[in-house]
Design a protein around this ligand. Structure first.
Ligand SMILES: Cc1cc2nc3c(=O)[nH]c(=O)nc-3n(C[C@H](O)[C@H](O)[C@H](O)COP(=O)(O)OP(=O)(O)OC[C@H]3O[C@@H](n4cnc5c(N)ncnc54)[C@H](O)[C@@H]3O)c2cc1C
Length: 263
């Protein structure tokens, strides 16, 4: 098996982590259940003692049209998907242009913006446990029950790339900070907003070390440059405690936290 050393303080979108030797999955026989499969680490917080890590090989970075279906490899970055759809006048993927990640991470998280979610046009996925039609997968808001590496996903195609939608999505992002983060820290509880709850317990703009619940959007845990895993974890725990004590609501992390010492 091949390996690669990744500096997660640069690779991860939240700019936290250390240099780690990561295994590369080229074929399914390389896959080890003890390893955590990462995409571009746009939704993940690497701890001081994470489990062994794995990423998909670059051979899964491709997009093609076959039999009027869009086939995208698991390692394909969202920017490449957005550019391809624009170039080929394909509709319904406009929201991806402002969503960092790889196809595997986007599908696993059922990533999306408002009513636009990656599962909307999904037909099937190819994984190391075989192929699964969408109907066989449980999915919901930022959730799927996929339990095997996603190597490829197939989508239906509608034509008509909508530049106006791209502008709308860009606008929707305008209240979100550009400081490094891993996107929304918590899932929105049903009928409420995590950002509202964090603000209501006095944590909007709260800084610990280099980390802050952003004063622009409280559900974004941002790194001002020297933020550490401990700073991030302290704020996450504090928000959970305070929101539970004041509202009786258990906040659920949207960010994936990789730390063995928490288990
Ligand atoms: C500034 C910013 C804004 C964001 N805004 C949004 C938003 O509006 N909506 C939204 O939904 N998300 C948003 N996110 C989060 C992020 O864009 C998505 O969660 C994205 O899907 C993460 O993809 P990734 O490849 O980086 O996944 P990673 O962070 O690397 O991994 C996330 C999860 O996906 C799994 N995974 C990754 N690859 C595979 C694979 N090939 N097979 C199986 N499982 C895999 C991992 O095991 C992990 O559990 C935002 C992030 C940032 C930094």
């Amino acid at each position: 098996m091949n390996f690669k050393t990744i500096d997660f303080s640069k690779y991860s979108s939240i700019k936290i982590g250390q240099k780690i030797k990561v295994s590369i999955l080229e074929k399914c026989s390389d896959y080890k259940e003890s390893h955590f499969l990462l995409g571009s680490c746009s939704n993940t917080l690497i701890g001081d003692n994470p489990p062994p890590l794995m990423i998909l090989s670059k051979i899964y970075d491709y997009i093609k049209i076959e039999d009027n279906l869009l086939k995208i490899g698991g390692a394909t970055p969202s920017g490449k998907i957005a550019s391809f759809c624009k170039k080929h006048n394909i509709a319904n993927f406009e929201f991806i242009s402002h969503l960092p990640g790889t196809l595997g991470g986007l599908v696993y998280m059922n990533a999306g913006l408002k009513e636009f979610e990656i599962f909307n046009n999904l037909v099937s996925i190819s994984t190391c446990q075989g192929d699964f039609k969408k109907e066989k997968i449980n999915f919901g808001y930022r959730f799927t029950d996929i339990s095997s590496p996603i190597l490829e996903a197939t989508f239906s195609i509608s034509y008509g790339f909508d530049k106006e939608k791209v502008k709308t999505f860009k606008k929707m992002r305008s209240n979100q900070p550009s400081t490094p983060s891993a996107g929304s820290c918590f899932k929105n509880p049903e009928g409420d907003y995590a950002g509202r709850l964090i603000e209501a317990v006095g944590l909007k703009g709260k800084k610990v070390g280099g980390m802050e619940f952003s004063s622009e959007h409280a559900n974004f845990l941002v790194n001002h440059g020297d933020g550490t895993f401990d700073d991030a974890l302290y704020l996450i725990d504090e928000a959970k405690k305070r929101v539970y004590s004041k509202f009786d609501i258990k906040l659920e992390c949207e960010i994936v936290i990789l730390e063995n010492d928490l288990i």
